[in-house]
Design a protein around this ligand. Structure first.
Ligand SMILES: [Zn+2]
Length: 260
């Protein structure tokens, strides 16, 4: 049994037993923090507090799911960095592109937000119920947990029983990727999108989204012998020039081969 994190313990102590009950305003008040949504200049969220009380301000005009993540992030600062004030820019909050140590306060706050918005004890059963690693699944989960597609997909890769990885590309190639727990570090992702991949069509404007489709693993991985295996690929556009792709495995053969 994995020990609950601080955020999960808080949710459990409040008796929260379903995703729809994660009310951040109520949780903040319980923690002596007040939330305001206001125009902010030069940052996306901030927390000002002493050792007893805090005021969290989140920029207005952002997507609701992003505002929720920012509130979770500031509550993370409140939990771990009490007595300090933080002014958090967009690239401090939920940033997959930047390498950060586990002790970086912005990473600590992000991890808290993930656990608060998508606690393992509520997310895992939902992810197990939805059997396919696809963006259709991610959309259902993101509606349920009121989280962005990217944040939900990253959590899914971590907690789903289906081996998967998430890859982000832009016009200039690979931007970031995240491997699930069963996916070997000995699998080497290609730095450029393969012409055979369906993802390339989405990147260059042929549609907004694919559906999970089978493709030779050599379209995605440089490993010798990768052409002997097949994986599933599903892509969606997240911004104008940026796409996310889910890669998933429906059998363990390839993963076992490159794990040894
Ligand atoms: Zn921060």
């Amino acid at each position: 049994m994995i020990k609950p994190t601080a955020a999960e313990e808080l949710l459990q102590s409040l008796g929260i037993s379903k995703p729809g009950d994660i009310c951040l305003e109520a949780i903040a008040l319980y923690c002596n923090a007040r939330i305001k949504i206001e125009p902010l200049d030069g940052c996306e969220a901030r927390i000002i507090g002493n050792h007893q009380k805090a005021i969290i301000t989140v920029a207005e005009g952002k997507l609701y799911e992003r505002q929720r993540f920012s509130i979770g992030h500031e509550l993370g600062h409140w939990r771990y960095h009490k007595g300090r004030s933080f002014v958090c820019r967009s690239d401090d909050i939920g940033n997959e592109e930047k390498e950060r140590s586990i002790n970086d306060p912005e990473k600590v706050a992000d991890d808290y937000a993930v656990d608060l918005l998508m606690p393992r004890y509520l997310f895992e059963p939902e992810a197990e119920r939805l059997k396919t690693a696809s963006f259709e699944t991610i959309r259902s989960l993101s509606k349920l947990f009121k989280t962005s597609i990217t944040a939900t997909a990253l959590r899914y890769v971590d907690l789903s029983p289906i081996p998967s990885m998430l890859v982000c590309h832009g016009q200039n190639g690979l931007i970031w990727f995240k491997k699930g727990r069963d996916v070997s570090n000995r699998l080497f992702l290609k730095s450029e999108l393969d012409p055979d991949s369906f993802a390339l069509d989405v990147l260059y404007g042929k549609g907004e989204q694919t559906r999970p489709r089978k493709i030779g693993a050599d379209a995605w991985f440089d490993n010798l012998g990768a052409d002997r295996y097949e994986i599933f690929e599903d892509t969606m556009r997240i911004y104008d020039s940026r796409i996310l792709t889910f890669l998933s495995w429906r059998d363990e053969e390839m993963l076992e081969k490159y794990n040894t």
